[in-house]
Design a protein around this ligand. Structure first.
Ligand SMILES: Nc1ncnc2c1ncn2[C@@H]1O[C@H](COP(=O)(O)OP(=O)(O)OP(=O)(O)O)[C@@H](O)[C@H]1O
Ligand SMILES: [Mg+2]
Length: 233
């Protein structure tokens, strides 16, 4: 299916919600700003996942969303579906994602104090999520929203998360290169998904201060060898 066919399957409204503009999107779906047609000051961010794409991320994100209610986590309000798509209705965050924000900063990075403030908030969100049996598994700048004035942040995108009851032991190659722990990138390995979140958080901390990730993004062999080559910068 090409892009034009895909766009035609996105409705302009879902129930009382009118889709106004695209906020972002990636491999599994697109996120739109939606406004309530009667209570026009009510806004939502609606993630639209075409059913012919990876529907599994919808069910994972819905399961995670049901368990999570925290000031540093974008709240999932409800879900819906029609013949073509799954829909996730989230709290709308007036701000920008950290990836876009850092691109706009150009050569400047965050100071250590600012980075500590940001990472501390993500850590609060993760400690809470882990206490509810949810590991994020895709911590990265694109999945964190920031208010540029207050540096308050909120974590989003639980589509690859590990939702568990007894133990955080997980398996499967998932996440994003540059932030991925070696055991996640090594096929057949069972890993502690809460610990691999900590690994990714460490990479994020480095990136906020230095402006780039500690390990190369494009070398799966490097990740699998436990980052032996090259050395971190
Ligand atoms: N609640 C929200 N409020 C404002 N903007 C949002 C919200 N949720 C998502 N966005 C924007 O949409 C982008 C994509 O969101 P998200 O990561 O959930 O989607 P995705 O389809 O899983 O993307 P990817 O596959 O690249 O991870 C975010 O980086 C952000 O810019
Ligand atoms: Mg994302």
């Amino acid at each position: 299916m090409d892009m034009s066919e895909e766009i035609e399957l996105i409705p302009t409204r879902i129930g009382f919600w009118k889709l106004e503009k695209k906020l972002g999107g990636g491999s599994y779906g697109s996120v739109y700003l939606a406004r309530h047609m009667i209570f026009s000051n009510k806004k939502r961010a609606v993630k639209v996942i075409p059913k012919n794409k990876k529907g599994k991320t919808f069910f994972t994100e819905k399961e995670a969303g049901k368990r999570l209610r925290h000031p540093r986590i974008i709240q999932l309000y409800k879900t819906d579906e029609d013949e073509a798509n799954f829909y996730l209705f989230f709290e709308y965050f007036e701000g920008v994602d950290l990836m876009t924000y850092m691109r706009k900063m150009r050569d400047e990075c965050f100071s250590e104090e600012e980075a500590r403030l940001i990472v501390g908030q993500v850590m609060d969100a993760l400690v809470y999520a882990h206490s509810q049996g949810v590991s994020h598994r895709d911590i990265k700048v694109d999945n964190i929203m920031i208010n540029p004035y207050t540096l308050q942040v909120k974590l989003l995108d639980w589509g690859l998360s590990h939702v568990w009851d007894e133990t955080d032991l997980g398996e499967g190659f998932c996440g994003s290169f540059g932030y991925m722990a070696p055991e996640v990138a090594t096929p057949g390995t069972i890993y502690n998904s809460t610990l691999t979140d900590s690994f990714s958080l460490g990479c994020l901390f480095f990136e906020l201060i230095v402006g780039e990730l500690p390990f190369p993004k494009d070398r799966v062999d490097c990740v699998q060898s436990g980052y032996e080559h090259p050395e971190p910068k």
